[in-house]
Each structure stands twice: as structure tokens, then as C-alpha cells.
Design a protein around this ligand. Structure first.
Ligand SMILES: [Zn+2]
Length: 216
């Protein structure tokens, strides 16, 4: 069955869109070697979270693949992205969280797109890590996407009060790993972390697939 599926839908590398060779899994050898790995730059702290880690920089093939995933319904890329995220979480955040959640999208965006990329990333990553996931946050109302705003102040103001906790009893006294696709100023992650802490989480760490430098 697996062989038949592979024959009918040959798996592609999500970063360069070339067909994968038999010995390659999820990501082609060339991309594994040449992706814009974030290294030390893929680690930052925020006002309400102690650490955020990201395997990739938001540029070149990583940026293109993430945009295809976000706006082109390439939900199949999630397994490859989660593979990179799980590896980075294992390296930097092992033993620092009790359960995993994600940054929610508004109902409107969810309806338009049909899926939440952050939720898919969180669930795939959690599966690889053998961790528990739960929906802990909801978006209160539609806000302009952060990607349309420049400047840390504008981004922070835009997300202030945008999220609310659901089922706070699920994370009371627990350490939460919060997942999103990209981090820029960290305003969204920080606001989500603030809500989780206010509602009883004992700590928040974050992981995103990509990170990008921001101008204050
Ligand atoms: Zn590739």
C-alpha cells in the first residue's frame, strides 16, 4: 500500500519541490545540506517567555517553502517542517515543557484557509516528540495580520488583548511549549505567553520553524 501511494504521489522535497530519491526522507540531501539554518541566531528570549528556538532563518528556500505551506494549502510539507522543529526542540528545550499548544488563527482566517498551519506544525512536532498537545488559546477577533505591520510597537499594540485562554484547568501549574510558524518581533508569542501565565501556566517556552531579524 505504501509503495503504491509512493508510486501515485511521489514525495517531493518541500524546499526545492524536486522528487525525493529512494534514500531520501522528507527533505532532499541537497536541501538538508544547504538550508538557511539559524544556528545561534535561532534562539531568543521574550518578555513573557524564557526561550524561543527556530531551526531556520526566514529567507531563501525556507521562506518560499513556508509561504507555499501558508497560502498554497501544502499541508503535506508539515512532516518535513516538524522534523526540523522536533530536532531543534530536543536539542534546546528537552525537559522544559509539559505540553504543547499553538498560536491560534481567527475563525475568519481558518474558514478561508481551511486549516491552521500552526496547529498542524504543533501536532506533527508533538507526534515526533511523543508529547501531548491541547488547544489552550483562541483568537478573540479578527486583527490585521502581523505581516502587514512594521515596527515592534505597532505589532505589540495589534496583538494586545487578541487572545484568550480556553480550558485554563488543562495547563494550571504546567510548563507550556507554544508553537508558531515564524517569529519576527516576538509580539504574538509574547502576548500568547502572557495570557497563559496569567491563567496559571508555570512557564512558557516557544518554537517556530523560522525566525527573522526585526528592526525596532
Ligand atoms: Zn530539496
Amino acid at each position: 500500500m505504501r509503495r503504491l501511494i509512493r508510486l501515485l504521489y511521489p514525495p517531493k522535497c518541500p524546499f526545492c519541490e524536486r522528487l525525493l530519491q529512494k534514500e531520501e526522507t522528507l527533505i532532499c540531501a541537497e536541501c538538508r545540506r544547504s538550508l538557511p539554518y539559524a544556528g545561534a541566531a535561532g534562539k531568543r528570549s521574550g518578555r513573557f517567555f524564557s526561550l524561543c528556538v527556530s531551526p531556520l532563518l526566514y529567507r531563501d528556500k525556507a521562506r518560499a517553502a513556508l509561504l507555499r505551506f501558508k497560502f498554497g494549502s501544502r499541508s503535506g510539507s508539515a512532516a518535513a517542517f516538524a522534523d526540523l522543529m522536533a530536532e531543534r526542540v530536543e536539542r534546546d528545550l528537552a525537559g522544559k515543557y509539559d505540553l504543547i499548544t499553538w498560536v491560534p488563527v481567527s475563525f475568519l482566517r481558518l474558514r478561508r484557509r481551511g486549516y491552521s498551519q500552526s496547529r498542524i506544525l504543533a501536532e506533527e512536532t508533538a507526534r515526533l516528540l511523543g508529547a501531548e498537545t491541547a488547544a489552550l488559546l483562541r483568537k478573540r477577533r479578527y486583527r490585521p495580520p502581523q505581516s502587514r505591520l512594521t515596527g515592534a510597537a505597532a505589532r505589540a499594540a495589534n496583538v494586545s488583548g487578541a487572545f484568550a485562554a480556553i480550558h485554563p484547568e488543562r495547563f494550571l501549574g504546567k510548563r507550556v511549549l507554544l508553537i508558531d510558524d515564524v517569529v519576527t518581533t516576538g509580539a504574538t508569542l509574547s502576548e500568547c505567553a502572557r495570557v497563559l501565565l496569567t491563567e496559571g501556566a508555570s512557564g512558557v517556552v516557544c518554537a517556530t520553524l523560522c525566525c527573522r531579524p526585526h528592526r525596532p
